[in-house]
Structure formats: C-alpha cells, structure tokens
Design a protein. Structure first.
Length: 155
C-alpha cells in the first residue's frame, strides 16, 4: 500500500469527507445494521453541522495521493466524535493510525478517552484497549440503532 499522510482537516475537505462517511456507512454489513438503519443514520448527517464540528475539534484526515481515505476527530474533552475509513481502504491499518494520532493528542490533555462506537467498530476499539461502559439505543429519524460507550483509561 502507498504511504498514507495524516494532516489536519481543512474546510475544503468537507464534501469529500461526507462522501467517505456515507460510503462507509453504506458498506456496513447487514448483520450490524440493516438498510433502514443505515438510511436513517445517513439521513441524520448535516453538512453544515459536520463542517462546524470538524473545525471546532481536533480533526485529522488520512490521505493517499491527496485523496482522503479516512477521518477522525476528537473534542477538547477527549471524546472521539467519529472515525471512518473509506471501505476500499479498510483493514489496512489506516483507522489504527488515525486513532493513534488522536490518542497522542488526548494524552497531552490528560484524562480518559471516550467514544460511542457502532456495532461494527466495537471490536476495533476493544482491540485498541477500550472497555465497554454501556450499550446505548440511539434514535435517528425514528429508527433505533445501538452503539456502545467505550472508554480507554489513560494513566
């Protein structure tokens, strides 16, 4: 695989990042979320809100040949707001690299790192030292989806 570059998110990345998020959600296997749940999740995406969120948080993109293949962002309170990788680039270490970068940022701030992980992402976070705190029911466009609040204890 070609070298991946990690850089800070820029406002002009928004459209490409939203496409990546939608593609990633649509690629989730039905055993995790069915078509109706994925449609409700996507319907809830607000371009305006995401644009503001990415600029307010510490947001990073992973690029290969200047194409965005991953996005991660974390708040000042060490909450990982999202982590997505383009489906054709999954299982190649990109999510782990993005996660490592925001964890290093979080370490400077002290305190535990928290994430609400999807059914699909739960095992990824467990493999990176996160512990499940709770199972949550989230309502998107009147459709129920489950996710998991997970925490990584930092010393």
């Amino acid at each position: 695989m070609k070298n991946i570059e990690i850089r800070k998110y820029k406002s002009e990345d928004l459209n490409e990042v939203i496409e990546l998020i939608i593609e990633s959600i649509n690629s989730i296997e039905d055993k995790f979320y069915n078509k109706t749940q994925k449609e409700a999740w996507i319907k809830n995406i607000s371009k305006n809100k995401l644009g503001k969120t990415f600029l307010a948080n510490y947001s990073l993109v992973g690029t290969i040949d200047e194409s965005i293949v991953g996005i991660v962002d974390i708040t000042e309170n060490n909450y990982i707001n999202m982590l997505y990788v383009k489906p054709s680039f999954q299982n190649k270490g990109i999510a782990s690299l993005l996660l490592k970068n925001v964890e290093e940022y979080a370490l400077k701030r002290k305190g535990d790192i928290k994430v609400d992980a999807s059914e699909k992402a739960k095992s990824f976070f467990i493999n990176h030292g996160y512990k499940q705190v709770s199972k949550n029911e989230v309502i998107r466009s009147e459709i129920s989806l489950n996710n998991y609040t997970m925490v990584k204890i930092e010393n």
